[in-house]
Design a binder for this molecule. Structure first.
Ligand SMILES: [Zn+2]
Length: 275
């Protein structure tokens, strides 16, 4: 009887020991996330008035008196990317290493799994040097979504399905305007091509996420100013050929050369009227 009890005890200990082996591989980086979030919350709670000095470097009197009416700033854009990496695991590793200095709020795998990596209210590092309209800090006003895709392959249906569901939630939660669902290539022309010519922008536009050209295209008038149209849509036209290439990758999706054919011009005229 005593031996049987001992055997049971050994078995129970073994089971407990085995179950303990199942650990979360992201425990360490998750705790870094918590520490960083804690340090940012301290900034939010600080009640320091702005330190201002006049032209003679004399302090200007200032005081902190907290208002009672406020909440968090909301993201107003969604920027879509492809990862150009081999797997979701590789992307997750990149975004949990300090050295690459890159991140996104969401990563979506080919099978449709959504990995949420940063609270929507926080600023991810996905846009880099970029500009849209007069906004030069896209990271501060946007949610970054990375799609697991090498860049030269069609997007998986399950992945696009999850993306559409996520976009609907973001649009509703933050009241994001239809026009403000754009790609990394749109805000960094000449520097970034993603999400590329194969991305289903038309499918997104049909659901209210971004614009796309209509089925029937009215020819652009003879005096149509394509450079101004691109700028009014939001493109940084300081490098006009690069802006043209970015526009074509998103709205024409035939080829992405840096020159406008008559058809490209007609599409541009059609798209520009929506903005
Ligand atoms: Zn990107």
């Amino acid at each position: 009887m005593k031996n049987r009890l001992l055997l049971l005890l050994v078995a129970a200990t073994t089971i407990t020991a085995c179950s303990k082996k199942v650990t979360n591989p992201h425990t360490k980086t998750n705790s870094v996330y918590t520490t960083q979030a804690d340090s940012l919350s301290k900034i939010l709670l600080a009640e320091n008035p702005a330190t201002l000095t006049d032209s003679l470097n004399q302090p200007i009197p200032s005081e902190f008196i907290g208002t009672v009416n406020f909440n968090l700033r909301k993201p107003n854009y969604v920027i879509i990317h492809y990862t150009a990496q081999d797997s979701v695991a590789q992307t997750v590793r990149t975004f949990t290493l300090v050295k690459p200095q890159v991140s996104a709020h969401y990563v979506i795998s080919k099978d449709g799994k959504v990995i949420h990596m940063l609270n929507d209210y926080m600023r991810a590092w996905h846009a880099g040097v970029s500009k849209w309209g007069s906004i030069s800090d896209m990271n501060s006003c946007s949610i970054g979504i990375e799609l697991d895709n090498k860049g030269n392959e069609p997007f998986a249906p399950a992945q696009i399905n999850s993306l559409l569901i996520l976009l609907a939630k973001l649009k509703k939660d933050y009241n994001i305007p239809t026009a403000n669902f754009i790609g990394h290539g749109d805000i960094a022309p000449g520097r970034k091509p993603d999400p590329g010519i194969l991305f289903p922008w038309e499918t997104l536009a049909k659901k209210g996420f971004g614009y796309y050209s209509d089925m029937i295209i009215v020819p652009a008038p003879a005096n149509f100013d394509s450079a101004t149209a691109l700028r009014l849509i939001g493109y940084d036209t300081s490098n006009l050929p690069a802006a043209i290439g970015a526009f074509k990758r998103h709205f024409v999706q035939r080829e992405s050369s840096n020159t406008l054919t008559q058809f490209d011009l007609d599409v541009l005229f059609n798209v520009y009227k929506k903005y």
